[in-house]
Write a protein of this length. Structure first.
Length: 100
C-alpha cells in the first residue's frame, strides 16, 4: 500500500509460484521486492533467479526478519532490509535501487 501511495504500480502475490506466473504475465517489472522466506518451497533468491532468467537486469530488494542465510548467495547488487522495515527506509531504499 505504501509503494502504491508513492505512485508505484505493484503486483502483490502470496508465494514464489504465483510470483513466477505474475511475472510472465506482466508487461514490465522494474523491481522485485521480496521477503527471503516464502511459503511454497521457494525463497526470495529462488524467485529472483527464475524471473531474472526472463528479465535480465531485474533489480531486487529483499526483506527478512532473519540475520543470515547460510548457503545462499545474494544476487549482484541486491540488498536485504531487516524487518520490521520503517516506512521511510522502505521508500528511500526502493527509490535508491530503482535509480541505481
Amino acid at each position: 500500500m505504501l509503494l502504491e501511495r508513492l505512485g508505484y504500480t505493484v503486483l502483490v502475490v502470496e508465494d514464489g509460484a504465483t510470483a513466477l506466473k505474475a511475472s510472465s504475465d506482466a508487461k514490465r517489472i522494474d523491481l522485485l521486492l521480496s521477503d527471503m522466506v516464502l511459503p511454497g518451497g521457494m525463497n526470495g533468491i529462488d524467485v529472483y533467479n527464475r524471473i531474472e532468467e526472463q528479465r535480465p537486469g531485474l533489480k531486487c530488494l529483499f526483506m527478512s526478519g532473519y540475520a543470515s542465510f547460510p548457503g545462499q548467495q545474494l544476487p549482484k547488487d541486491a540488498e536485504i532490509l531487516s524487518k520490521p522495515v520503517p516506512i521511510d527506509v522502505l521508500a528511500a531504499k526502493t527509490r535508491q535501487v530503482l535509480d541505481a
